[in-house]
Every structure is written in C-alpha cells, then in structure tokens.
Ligand binder design. Structure first.
Ligand SMILES: Nc1nc2c(ncn2[C@@H]2O[C@H](COP(=O)(O)OP(=O)(O)OP(=O)(O)O)[C@@H](O)[C@H]2O)c(=O)[nH]1
Ligand SMILES: [Mg+2]
Length: 324
C-alpha cells in the first residue's frame, strides 16, 4: 500500500503531463485539504504561469453558464484548450451541480480539449478563493490555455474570486434591479468587459445605455483600457465571437501596457493572503496546541489578557502557551 503522500506526488507528475483525470483528482484533494495536497499545488504553481484566466460573473440567472459554454467553444475553435470552473453558490457539495453544468455544456463536455469542474462554496474564511485558486493552478500546470471561472457575483468571497483573473467579464441581462445589485456587490469596479446578455429580450437596449452612460462618467486616461459594452444572445451563440475577440484584445492590452505584471502581482498577493489566513487558523486549531489555546482563551475571558494581544501572539508565531 502506497502512502497518501506518494500517491499525491504521482498525481502532480501526471497533472504536469496534462492528464485531465489527474487534474480532477488533484483539485478534489486540494479542495478537501488532504495531507500533502497543498504542497503539491505549491509545486504545480511554480511550474505554471502560462494560462490566461477569464472571470465571468454577474447576477443569478443572467446567462453566465450558457455564455461560458459558447465562449469556451469559441476559444476551442481558435485552437485553445479550455478549463471551466463553475462556482455554484447554492448547491451543497454534491455531484448534482456538476451534472447540471454538464447537461448545459452539451457537446462541450465530450471534447477532450475542455475540462469542466463545478465547485461548491466553501464556508471558511477565504476558502472559496483558495479552492478556486488551486483549481486554476492545477489547470495551468496541466497546460490548459484558457481557464474560465464562472461565479455569481454576490458576497465578498464571490467578488474576490471574480476579481482574481486576468480578464473580468461582467454579465448583465435585462431585468429589474440588476444595476443596483451589481453596484452593491462591487461588480462594476472589477469589469474589464461588460456583456449584456439576453439581447433578444425587451430592456436590453436600456441596460446597454445605462452602462455606457456610467462608463462615460468615469475618467479614462490616455492608453487606458476602454471597457467595451457588448451584447450577446448566449442561447443562440450570438455575439460570442465578438466577446472572444474582446477578451483577446484585453489580454493583448495587458501585455503591451505593462498592466499584466501589476495584475499578476495583485493575484500573487491575494494567494499569499489567503494561505496566510489558513495557516493562522490551522495553527490556532491545531489539536496539539488545543490545551495551550484553551488556556489563553481563559486568560482573555478573565480579562487578564486582551484579545488583541492574544491574537498578536498567535500571529507572531509564538506558541500559544508561552509567556502568559
Ligand atoms: N432569452 C434568453 N435566455 C437566455 C439567454 N442566455 C441564457 N438564457 C436563459 O437564462 C436562463 C439562465 O441561464 P444560465 O446560463 O443558467 O444563467 P446563469 O447566470 O449561469 O445562472 P446561475 O448560475 O443560476 O446564476 C436559462 O434558462 C437560459 O436558457 C439569452 O441570451 N436569451
Ligand atoms: Mg450558472
């Protein structure tokens, strides 16, 4: 019987060779926090950096999944391999959502150049960003060219995931209150491209007008990226090529303007912060330190110690039991 560490090791080797079933397993192990998985993802990170990450986000029901499937098909036609990470905020951790997405993705699911993965929202602080980040790292290491992440842009964690990409596509559709919802969620700030989907429905023109109006209010410096407002009918595969063009144009702009390095620094910083949070929590929750932690909790309860000092002690890597 091989040890868990060895088999995770083998797995990373197969991921690097582009073996997609191993990619699926690696993502699962990392998501579940299996021993050794984090180290393997760290190893994969150093081997990656070529994939371009496209975030597709927007209010529930805007047509994101439908749009992602036609967009993925457009990238396939351009000779690119595509990974799709769909983050489902409502479903529990089950195969149900994967099945649902597979049905929606139709023949794309049969294409060996496409990898589709659903992910449920993780409860813990930054857990979703971490899980999504690990999935991106794994797909990147496997040589996937474009990774598309679909998220519903509600909630802090969701917006963070949506922002952690090279190109953020914010999807709107005609419907009451969309604009307000997006403003609240902070989605307008992260958009590199606006896509008004369901152009076939009444009210689409008004949404386009509102977005363009809003963009005119923002200042644009020379050489800055001009955020396009595109329209699509995802169910009819209409406007998809123009959307794929816009994504590619944005990525060229990132390169030429030097913004790519800035963005990648931002992404790296967010990865570090998320991991630092987890390590800190792990340290606090480590069973071997449970007694010492209980002791410090008691000190704080009795007000001989304050929570800030206690937390600072934990952060400075001091063992919780020391120096009370
Ligand atoms: N009329 C019209 N309907 C569309 C269009 N695109 C998607 N839909 C429909 O809108 C509904 C929602 O589409 P999804 O792709 O599941 O939307 P979503 O944003 O992924 O939804 P959630 O993931 O649940 O937030 C489905 O019934 C689609 O068939 C479009 O361009 N026009
Ligand atoms: Mg969806």
């Amino acid at each position: 019987v091989r040890s868990a560490a060895t088999s995770v090791d083998d797995l990373a080797t197969r991921v690097l060779a582009g073996h997609l079933p191993s990619v699926a397993r690696m993502i699962s192990l990392a998501e579940r926090g299996i021993d050794g998985a984090a180290e393997q993802v760290a190893h994969l990170y150093r081997a990656g950096g070529r994939a371009r990450v496209v975030g597709v986000t927007g209010v529930p029901g805007a047509g994101k999944s439908t749009l992602v499937s036609v967009l993925a098909a457009a990238f396939r036609e351009r000779g690119k391999t595509v990974g799709i990470v769909a983050i489902d905020p409502t479903s529990p951790i089950s195969g149900g959502s994967i099945l649902g997405d597979r049905v929606r993705m139709g023949r794309l699911a049969e294409d060996p150049g496409v990898f589709i993965r659903s992910m449920a929202t993780r409860g813990a602080l930054g857990g979703l960003s971490r899980a999504a980040g690990d999935a991106v790292t794994t797909l990147d290491a496997a040589g996937i060219d474009v990774v598309v992440i679909e998220t519903v842009g509600v909630g802090q964690d969701e917006v963070e995931v949506a922002a952690a990409c090279h190109t953020a596509v914010v999807v709107c559709s005609p419907g009451f209150g969309d604009g307000v919802q997006m403003l609240k969620a902070g989605l307008l700030e992260i958009a590199d491209i606006f896509c008004v989907n369901k152009e076939d429905l009444p009210g689409a023109g008004a949404v386009v007008r509102d977005l363009k109006q809003m963009l005119r209010l923002g200042h644009t410096e020379a050489g800055a990226w001009r955020i396009p407002v595109l329209t699509t009918v995802a169910t009819e595969d209409q406007g998809t090529a123009a959307l794929a063009d816009a994504v590619e144009r944005h990525q060229e702009w990132l390169q030429i303007s030097g913004e790519l390095a800035i963005r990648e620094r931002m992404l790296a910083a967010s990865r570090i912060k998320n991991l630092a949070l987890r390590l800190t929590l792990e340290e606090i929750e480590d069973p071997s330190g449970a007694e010492a932690f209980a002791q410090i909790v008691e000190e704080v309860r009795a007000r001989r110690l304050d929570p800030l000092t206690a937390a600072r002690r934990l952060m400075s890597n001091q063992h919780v039991g020391e120096g009370t």
